[in-house]
Design a protein around this ligand. Structure first.
Ligand code: SAM
Length: 284
């Protein structure tokens, strides 16, 4: 899979993409990243990439011509426009994405969708944003990494690349491990044993991951939960599933509405909710 990133700060990405899994994915040929300096597509002495917004208002905008020229240099055709239904000349297995606080929220599900593509072109805004005609003519999607405003799209682009490349088959050591993290595959997609507990150690099933512990068994006066030490794998799976429900209820109750839960899990959730109700707004 290839990412092409258009930015006025290509140097921003150098260390981000030179570490850990993202570096390994590149050296193993599973991932290519092209960085493109927008200023290389300007033609004036000052290499100007911004201009004032029509109608007034704060700040500057990235002007359309350098972005359009950069996109054409990457083989991205503009969408036809006018009275007729727009015909997108884009190759089917690629998408052009504008990073924007006004975009659809980037989630693990979006990362999974993007990882099926051959190429994603990411446009990093700066200043007060990008001339909207670039969005209309070239972009398939606007993506936001969350409900806050960053000073540029570069951090957001790095987040999209990182989360997406983890979903490319072969990038993670264990082929399936992306499914077993927070927001991972639903249990329906994971083998379930006779007791209705996911056969995997931690199929996330759209929930948050469970807490994990390593040595030492006692730290800061806290012991590792006993159930993890006794080798009873069914009990461990049940405990982990309950912890997932508990953590999701505490930190992201919105995820529970979409999670596919068994009757037994709903019962656990019911008693967890009652316990929270009985203890008031307990933090535990
Ligand atoms: N005026 C814009 C608004 O209110 O939506 C904010 C512009 S922001 C200062 C500059 C650039 O940062 C944006 O064009 C976009 O590329 C990027 N950006 C800011 N917040 C973002 C977010 N939550 N997700 C993705 N990109 C973001």
């Amino acid at each position: 899979m290839r990412f092409d990133i258009l930015t006025i700060f290509p140097g921003f990405f150098e260390s981000v993409f030179a570490q850990g899994i993202v570096r390994r994915a590149q050296t193993e040929g599973l991932l290519e990243i092209g960085l493109h300096d927008l200023r290389a597509f300007t033609h004036d002495r000052h290499r100007t990439v911004d201009d004032r917004p029509f109608g007034g208002g704060e700040g500057m905008l990235l002007k359309p011509e350098p972005l359009a020229e950069a996109l054409v240099s990457l083989g991205v055709a503009p969408r036809a426009h006018g009275e007729q239904a727009p015909a997108n000349l884009r190759r089917p297995n690629e998408k052009v994405i504008l990073l924007s606080a006004q975009g659809r929220v980037f989630t693990q599900a979006v990362a999974r969708e993007l990882a099926r593509l051959d190429r994603v072109v990411l446009l990093c805004g700066r200043y007060e944003g990008v001339d909207e005609r670039i969005n209309e003519l070239y972009c398939d999607m606007e993506l936001s990494i969350g409900d806050y405003v960053l000073s540029g799209g570069e951090l957001a682009a790095a987040v999209v690349v990182d989360a997406t490349m983890r979903m490319i088959p072969g990038v993670l050591g264990n082929e399936a491990s992306g499914e077993f993290e927070s927001f991972g595959a639903s249990d329906g997609e994971i083998d379930v044993d006779v007791e209705g507990v996911p056969r995997s150690q931690h199929g996330a099933g759209g929930l948050l991951d469970y807490p994990q512990y390593t040595r030492p068994a006692e730290f800061g006066g806290l012991n590792v939960p006993q159930v993890l030490l006794n080798g009873d794998h069914a009990a461990i799976r049940r405990w982990r599933r309950e912890q997932q429900l508990k953590k999701t209820l505490k930190n992201r109750p919105d995820l529970l509405e979409r999670a596919s839960l068994s009757a037994a899990e709903r019962a656990v959730l019911f008693s967890l909710r009652n316990a929270v109700g009985a203890n008031g707004a307990s933090e535990d």
